[in-house]
Design a protein. Structure first.
Length: 373
């Protein structure tokens, strides 16, 4: 059962970058272009608390894709797990020996931060918490999250075994959105959820308050303070935000909203190329053609500080000349766009044609042509 929530009026104050006192750890990224709009202590390790559940959900999404988990699969709460987690922190209020479909567990984890549902899902799929955690940490390594480790599926305090960084959480959120857009839309960012006749609200600070917000996950413990991983999209642009170490829930909420509104208002979007538009040609060695056209699989747009769009520069980077064979669609080069005062935007470019290996005569001809080019 989904719980409806009214949309609250937005604050009309001028968007701003929150202070270090409000948000000791923060990162705001335009994932559409890969640009970092703002960061503060982005590589500092911290305790994510319930934001841990985002990795639990990502692991579940991957397992569903691999055929190792089915949303219709029914799991049973172990009596021992029930005794340990009944009413402990945020909960779905699952009963002892309740039989619940995976889809319901995932909805509860995503939208009411259900600790009991996280344990039930982990044990039900992997047979043990240890097995599930091994899977979570394998995903962490696959994604290159070098400053993260998970010792629990729900973020309950575990004496520091669970930690992450803002940069790693942006990596996780970006992968979840890019790899599983349908599952993300289905499970993430509902205003609330109910089970067993108990309706609960989602405490996400962006949902219903910020236009285009999908939310993702809040977290809190005495040790970690108040943290948040969230996202919002407007007009084809998506921002991902991490705020951590806030000392109060209201401070976290205000900082999250200020960051998102600042990110959408302090920059202008500059479209450089349409999807499929040829950006350049890359040289090919020992191929049936001497070059291959390059393009991005979506429109290329970057965020630029307002009033500075005329200062953009761009270059193509690839290990060249490329070696044949090349298949159409292969990612073979990077468009690097230099933006004033910001880290460069990097957009992958794909070969638009296949290039086979050249025969002996073709290689000879291409070599001669190279001399006179």
């Amino acid at each position: 059962m989904l719980v409806a929530a009214p949309v609250r009026a937005q604050d009309d104050s001028t968007p701003r970058v929150p202070s270090a006192e409000e948000a000791p750890i923060a990162m705001l990224v335009d994932v559409t272009s890969g640009q970092i709009l703002h960061e503060r202590a982005a590589d500092r390790r911290f305790v994510p608390a319930s934001i841990t559940k985002v990795m639990t959900l990502y692991h579940a999404f991957e397992l569903i894709e691999e055929g190792a988990l089915d949303p219709r699969q029914v799991m049973t709460m172990r009596p021992e797990a029930w005794r340990e987690w009944n009413g402990r922190g945020s909960t779905l209020w699952i009963g002892a020996k309740d039989r619940i479909p995976v889809e319901i567990l995932m909805m509860g984890i995503a939208n009411v931060s259900a600790n009991d549902a996280s344990i039930m899902l982990a044990e039900g799929q992997a047979g043990s918490l240890e097995g599930w955690l091994a899977g979570m940490n394998a995903r962490t390594r696959e994604l290159g999250m070098e400053d993260s480790h998970f010792g629990t599926p729900n973020g309950w305090p575990d004496e520091g075994a669970t930690f992450t960084s803002a940069r790693d959480l942006v990596t996780l959120a970006t992968a979840m959105i890019a790899r599983h857009p349908r599952k993300f839309a289905r499970y993430i960012g509902k205003p609330g959820f109910g089970y067993n006749g108990i309706a609960q609200n989602n405490h996400d600070p962006l949902i219903g308050r910020v236009r285009g917000a999908d939310g993702i996950k809040t977290g809190y413990t005495n040790e970690a303070g108040f943290g948040y991983l969230g996202t919002a999209a407007r007009d084809g642009q998506r921002l991902v935000l991490v705020v951590a170490g806030a000392d109060r829930s209201a401070v976290r909420a205000r900082a999250a909203r200020d960051y998102i509104e600042w990110g959408f208002s302090a920059f202008e979007r500059k479209t450089l190329f349409d999807a499929g538009e040829i950006v350049a040609r890359a040289q090919v060695q020992r191929g049936s053609a001497r070059s291959v056209p390059l393009a991005a699989d979506s429109s290329v747009a970057v965020s630029v500080p307002k009033g500075r769009a005329g200062e953009l520069t761009a270059r193509i980077v690839y290990d060249g000349p490329l070696r044949a064979p090349i298949a159409a669609g292969d990612e073979v080069a990077t468009l690097v766009v230099e933006v004033p005062g910001m880290e460069p935007a990097r957009i992958m470019l794909q070969a638009q044609e296949s290039v086979g290996e050249a025969g002996v005569l073709a290689r000879l001809w291409n070599g001669l042509a190279g001399w006179f080019a």
